[in-house]
Design a protein around this ligand. Sequence first.
Ligand code: ARG
Ligand code: ZN
Length: 885
Amino acid sequence: MRTDTPQTIYRKDYAPPAYLVETVEMGFDLDPDLTRVATRLTLSRNPESDGKSVVLYGDGVQLVQLRMNGRELTRRGYALGNGVLEIFNAPEQVTLEIETAIHPALNTSLMGLYVSNGNFFTQCEAEGFRKITFFPDRPDVMAKYKVMLRADKKKYPVLLSNGNLIEQGDLGDGRHYALWEDPFKKPSYLFALVAGSLVCQEETCTLKSGREVLLQVWVEEGNLDKTQHAMDSLKHSIRWDEERYGLELDLDRFMIVAVGDFNMGAMENKGLNIFNTKYVLANPRIATDADYAGIESVVAHEYFHNWTGNRVTCRDWFQLSLKEGLTVFRDQEFSADMIGTDSGRAVKRIEDVRVLRQAQFPEDAGPMAHPVRPDSYVEINNFYTVTVYEKGAEVVRMYQTLLGRDGFRKGMDLYFERHDGHAVTCDDFRLAMADANGRDLSQFELWYSQAGTPRVKVETAYDAGQEAFEITLSQSCAPTPGQAEKKPFHIPVAVGLLDSQGLDMPLFLDGSGSAEAFTTAVLELTESSQTFRFKHVKEKPVPSVLRNFSAPVHLDIDYTEAELAFLMAHDSDAFNRWEAGQRLAMRRMLALVKTVREGGQADAGAAGPLHDAFRATLTDSRLDPAFQEFALTLPSETVLAEQLDVVDPHAIHAVRQAMRRSLAQALRGEWQIAYQANRTPGEYSPDAESAGKRGLKNLALAYLVELDDDAAHRLAQTQYDNANNMTDRIGALAALANSSAPGREQALARFYEDFEQEALVVDKWFSLQAMSRKTDVAAVRELMRHPAFTLKNPNRARSLIFSFCNGNPSQFHAADGSGYEFWAEQVIALNAINPQVAARLARTLDRWRKYEPALQQKMKAALQKVAATRSLSKDVLEVVTKSLA
Ligand code: ARG
Ligand code: ZN
């Protein structure tokens, strides 16, 4: 909790540490009520600094004893205040012995050492290590660790830490010990320990070099039937990193541990990854296709961090995207490769871009907008954002688009050659890419330093006489907090030209020097405006611009509805086929929103061209069902809202609903056929092909249920009753929950009874109701009184509170402001328990200025109420202050 005004930390103030740590030895006497931690550090002066003070950070830890070079330090030898312990005029070589006392059972922040369901876990990124002991807790201090764990043998039979197990044994008094040593230098944020009653699935794996490694997935007793998919995902990740990047696992043992109370998805601690149970546990009974895919990508993400994050780490937290953007890019590519097919790769790309548009574009346009490499922060945990992660991944992807796959690989090789074992910056990464390819990427730096989503405007001209087609690209970027003016970015724009048959034309780019024809050209836009000229263009083409979403920008391009339908049907670039359909739908929906705002009806009946285009997609049997599912899903209410200057969530909701009903009505027969054609009888398998079928089938069901008639109710009920997997079961339940089917209440009650024992499924049960159109603020409050609800568990809080506030816009934005009052209450309640989770929820209202005036007023009042709360954490304070600024 805050005691004084929080400070802003600036990137420009970076200074190397005065002392470096060589070795860390720790001894833990684990007890939930009072754990004692004895730490011995050897430090030496850093030649890169002329500081003479040893600076250690501590947060909420009690200092029991402090000795330097064998002598106890008295209060005259050091200063302690504000979380900083400073030892002045320390000698060249220092050995510190620090004893601290902490209270894991009382730690509800889930940072540092805490207890979850009776077991001990740690989370040290970003600054959690200082909640365990005093330490130069900053990522540019890398050291070797030796860790002794001691605990009651009955209660905590399993004792784990980073690296290799050196020794274990009994202590005689009912306690036992384990000694772990990590052979690699690491920053303190990668430290981890786990102690408790856990069981594991283990396998050995032979690496490319022939070395054998031990792989373990640790879970609570009773969950061993849910670990195989995580284990398989780990093995696939190991193989992929060897093949694609020549990167081998450097440890003899690699462990994954699942924990039910966790703030984020997972954590890449060296050799001891700690995961939210949501990203480990799966079997057909409890996990959906999306869960299976999520597990595969998060297991891969954390595993890939071993090289991009751990071996090469961040100099300071402003460089967070150095490891996160890069590692997200790597996990995206991995997931795409795991599907294997071209159409599967495209679907994965569509999914990733949807996340970007749904969450990152709004962030980039709001009061919390920040560059991929931020310039300042109050609380670093607030900067684990979609901008740092997902936009960061787009920035990394652009290198690959500009340099080609081989060029990108050369850059990666040079990056490791130069920086293995070091803490570096985003500039170092960019320079490795540039140097390995003999390219000047200095302008590319603006992607790291400028916030905001650039807008690229496209104008074209065809000269039949000259057989020339010109594309003029112009860029701009709206101001963001602290950045009024933007310089032009270096933007790769992938372009193709379609002939009247819908086939790709061979491209001859004027001035490209190459006589070879290709069908996609990557235009490099580096100025405010540039014209590119294609030669030998025999007829007026339809351009396909920003193929595969080659840059994270808004694209302004004027297409007729006929051209969009044409692209939707023919573009060889699957991403742009999807995009054309989205544009077509968006255009209709925006026009309808305008009508509704002017007092008209949300009559979607006249959406002729859209119905035809959707029908063509739905009935084209050559298409991949997964692609069909995405192509037939309308832009979300959030994405629609982004297109408007003034947001009226009720008008948006009404229009999207009307559109869904009209598509259900107009294509009823086709939906029914698709439903039947995409059933997946027999044993469940989460592979992409079957998952795609289930996805399309459940989309068909969701559309049919929009008609809210007996036939649809029966279809949903039958699917529910016969489901042999969670994807089908929850798909049916969601359909029922949004309908007035007679079996609605009974199905919800039965689902709870059947899965009461499975926390992750109970989360789904809350979340589904929180997002149902039938659930208003009063109903959410009622659900909070359910015995299974608790704010203390982040997954549970997210399942109900976040799902409602972020996933049910029409109810959350109730005209009387009751949703906002509810939001404020929950932010305040969470603030006292878990500042990180509270600050995430606080983000929900950060775009309040975009809403219509009546709602704005009420949102502002709710924000002010939170801002005026006593003992607000700096996490929440930063978010609400910036939102109100
Ligand atoms: N490095 C982790 C990951 O993305 C995220 C951990 C963030 N934790 C936090 N408390 N901010 O894989
Ligand atoms: Zn990560």
